[in-house]
Design a protein around this ligand. Sequence first.
Ligand code: IUR
Length: 293
Amino acid sequence: MRAYDIIQKKRDGHVVDEAELKFLIDGLKDGAVSDYQLTAFVMAVFFRGMNDSEVVALTNVMLTSGIVVDLSDVPGVKVDKHSTGGVGDKISLPLAPAVAACGVAVPMISGRGLGHTGGTLDKLESIPGFRVDLSLDDYRRLVKENGCCLIGQTKEVAPADKKLYALRDVTATVDCIPLIASSIMSKKMAEGIDALVLDVKVGSGAFMKTLDDARVLAKTMIGIGNEMGKKVVALLTDMDQPLGNTVGNALEVIEAVEMLRGKAPADYTELTLALTAEMLVLGGKAPDVAAAR
Ligand code: IUR
């Protein structure tokens, strides 16, 4: 196999298979494939796209470049939530403990701010002394003990995604739906979850500016999850204005605490309830969303 032939195949609009994707991704690690070859391939994907089987294959190659956490000794259905990123989106902070308090375990590997959007880890770190760099062993233990744990992506989780994302970031290939979907899902599938709720933001403050694009991204991620044996639900939610009344790490933590006290703005409260309810249904704690709420 040669990187040249795989790049040419995608450049000319043909379908590549999992072995070819694995050759490119693994080759980057051991030096057989150079950064410029992988980025040429990624640019070809940007223009030619990927079909459903290619997106699943790419996700699988990135997922299996690292550790897939085994949480089988944590009882019950494990459910996470992922947001595609917005402004003032501090939902994970009250959502994870609220869902855990209702008896569904939430293993959550969160991200940093990306572009203009904030990251859950950055928000948590505005609490003096709060550590997000826990090991996967601590993560497993805390999910078991507390019912939820939020940590940052460790070097063992989807390392190929980290490398590929860094290359996309400097080659104008971030905003490409198959690459976004496989990047997000490779990390989510490594968490040890059984089910996932996606909050796909749409609007001027989101990466997806139109409902059509948001729907394609949501369907692509649902397809990947289902193909990997997970239940996945997606809500398309408004990001034409910030969520809640605060933007900024420490301010958002304060607003999240207010939320847990029942005193948060209506939009923030509604979306937290909507996502929490979906998670409780997936976790088997309620027959439907109305009962879960
Ligand atoms: N979040 C990810 O994990 N990957 C991506 O490509 C984007 C957001 I955009």
